[in-house]
Design a protein around this ligand. Structure first.
Ligand SMILES: [Mg+2]
Length: 182
């Protein structure tokens, strides 16, 4: 999305209003893409608490959230469990089939999905969804093909920004703010 004019923002908001499922790539979207490997076979990833809060709020609004990762990881499973996310597909690098399965499980159509991905293997999925999004540090080829690019990087609030925009597009964001200040 080059040069976010108000028309473009309106188009993005329209797409977000019909989203029933927010599907998220994990590495590079929910994390900064780095994996810390220890010498005992374990691995660690850093997730954003603010992204997590937004995921919980989206689910409370009746918007389903799913993770779609090309790389199986115990850290991803644990984060999904913490957030109550049950739609989790951790498969090989070909995300097409996994995305199809995710749609079937969630009972939604591709145009009812907002998907955020950061790298080339996400392009087949990004091409099939109602709202295609990427973090600020996604591959340039990805940024050039999505409807909306977050101002935040993967693992540093990109998902928070997407869900905040979605809840604002539905006129529901203020309710969450009021809830915390009441
Ligand atoms: Mg990725």
């Amino acid at each position: 999305m080059a040069g976010a004019g108000s028309d473009l923002e309106a188009a993005v908001q329209l797409r977000l209003r019909s989203a029933r499922l927010v599907a998220l790539d994990v590495d590079g979207v929910l994390t900064d893409g780095r994996i810390v490997l220890d010498d005992r076979g374990g691995e660690a990833k850093a997730f954003s608490i603010r992204d997590g809060a937004a995921i919980v709020w989206a689910r409370r609004e009746g918007i389903d959230v799913g993770f779609l990762s090309g790389r199986p990881s115990g850290a991803t499973t644990r984060r999904a469990t913490e957030l109550g996310v049950t739609l989790v597909a951790q498969v090989g690098p070909d995300k097409r089939q996994a995305f199809g399965n995710l749609l079937t499980t969630a009972g939604v159509q591709g145009d009812e999905v907002a998907y955020m991905g950061d790298d080339l293997m996400d392009l087949p999925v990004l091409a099939k969804v109602g709202l295609a999004a990427s973090p600020a540090d996604a591959a340039p080829e990805v940024q050039a093909r999505v409807h909306w690019v977050s101002g935040a990087r993967g693992g540093h609030g990109a998902v928070r920004e997407l869900i905040e925009l979605l809840l604002k597009a539905r006129g529901r964001w203020d309710a969450f703010v009021d809830e915390q200040t009441a």
